[in-house]
Write a protein that binds this ligand. Structure first.
Ligand code: AMP
Length: 360
């Protein structure tokens, strides 16, 4: 069996690593060979709109998937004429646009922050009149890790936010005064089998995921999250892993965004769950039985952003599982690796997580 992976970042690399023990071959596609994925499996290089190259790759695979959300939908549509593409490019089209995404949530009865589309300066004024401040102005497309966002706290921020982002299609969202952020990672196979991981609690710094802990035990929130994510899975007849991020405010879930792919907040599943999100994504898209999503203990994960710890120092930490992505350039804000610990109690996990945070 062979899986073609469009995008050869760290997510693709960890998919390829999960494919090896199952005897599943992978082949990447990205602009450069010296990428996290290209270092561990064969890769074809080219532009993301080179339909001839992409279609030839699809023709060599049993299924096509992607590790990057900004792959042009038209490229995946072209590949689909040769080979099934999972998840469906139609879901990616929704996830690429914050307005379509929030509209989907609303249509499915999933709570969201109040939102309004903003194309003109006058739309922003109208949105602020309706939704109020504080709020966040975001680009509808190509925003990730807090990029393409401007906070609006007082009237003085309106012009500054517009000057920073105006001219592109935007969305204005009411600011959610949340107590916690959580995510749910789910898998649905080609055969319709579904599985949900335990909820994960996430801490962001400057809009970038800093650390995750799981399980975040709340049977009530777990059930609500599974209901919401299940509705998205069924709407699309979804195939693969899907991650949805929520705010917890006044004890209830408010959906922020979804990612139709394996997700950073699920990296703990490599060591902390019976079957990792990467393996379950492969199983789902190949129509194989899904593996158990049960936690093996209490997991904590820390991202290394902009710099990585010295190997000697990190590996002195008992029980640490280190994953470095092989990126040559250490730019600020760039995810370069992560580390996970799995402990037998939440308390022990929190202590270990504190030590991992100090490695950064
Ligand atoms: P995003 O790129 O939409 O995931 O935003 C990155 C981070 O910014 C989120 O994880 C939150 O910490 C924060 N954020 C985004 N939207 C909102 C909102 N409407 N209210 C409060 N915080 C937000």
């Amino acid at each position: 069996m062979k899986v073609a992976i469009v995008g050869a970042g760290q997510l693709g690399r960890m998919l390829a690593q999960a494919a090896y023990p199952l005897g599943i071959a992978t082949e990447f596609y990205d602009k450069s060979a010296d990428t996290p994925g290209g270092q561990v499996a064969p890769i074809v290089t080219g532009e993301f709109d080179d339909l001839a190259k992409l279609t030839a790759l699809a023709g060599r695979a049993d299924v096509v998937t992607f590790d990057w959300e900004n792959v042009p939908v038209a490229s995946l549509e072209a590949m689909r004429r040769a080979t099934p593409v999972c998840p469906d490019p139609g879901v990616l089209a929704v996830a690429q646009d914050r307005l379509l995404e929030k509209t989907l949530f609303r249509d499915l009865g999933i709570p969201t922050p109040p939102f309004a589309p903003v194309d003109l300066r006058s739309d922003l004024a109208a949105a602020i009149r309706r939704i109020g401040r504080p709020g966040i102005l975001k680009t509808r497309r190509f925003g990730y890790d807090g990029k393409g966002q401007a906070r609006i706290r007082t009237a003085r921020d309106d012009d500054r936010a517009w000057a920073a982002l105006g001219g592109e299609p935007l969305i204005y969202e009411g600011f959610v005064d949340f107590t916690r952020e959580v995510s749910l990672i789910a898998a649905r196979s080609r055969r319709g089998e579904r599985a949900y991981y335990p909820l994960t609690e996430n801490v962001h710094e400057h809009g970038i995921l800093a650390s995750s802990s799981s399980p975040c035990r709340s049977p009530r929130l777990q059930a609500a999250a599974e209901r919401h994510v299940g509705a998205i899975l069924e709407r699309f007849g979804y195939t693969g892993v899907l991650a949805v991020e929520f705010f917890v405010a006044k004890g209830a879930l408010i959906a922020n965004e979804m990612a139709p792919r394996v997700h950073n907040s699920g990296h703990w599943t490599i060591e902390g769950a019976v079957t990792s999100q990467f393996e379950n994504h492969l199983r789902a898209i190949l129509g194989l039985p899904l593996g158990s999503t049960a936690a093996r203990g209490h997991a904590g994960m820390v991202n290394f952003v902009g710099r990585v710890p010295r190997l000697e120092r990190a590996l002195a930490e008992p029980g640490l599982h280190l994953h470095l992505y092989g990126k040559r350039e250490a730019r600020p804000g760039r995810k370069l690796g992560h580390a996970t610990v799995v402990a037998s109690t939440a308390k022990a996990r929190d202590r270990a997580l504190g030590r991992l945070l100090r490695l950064r």
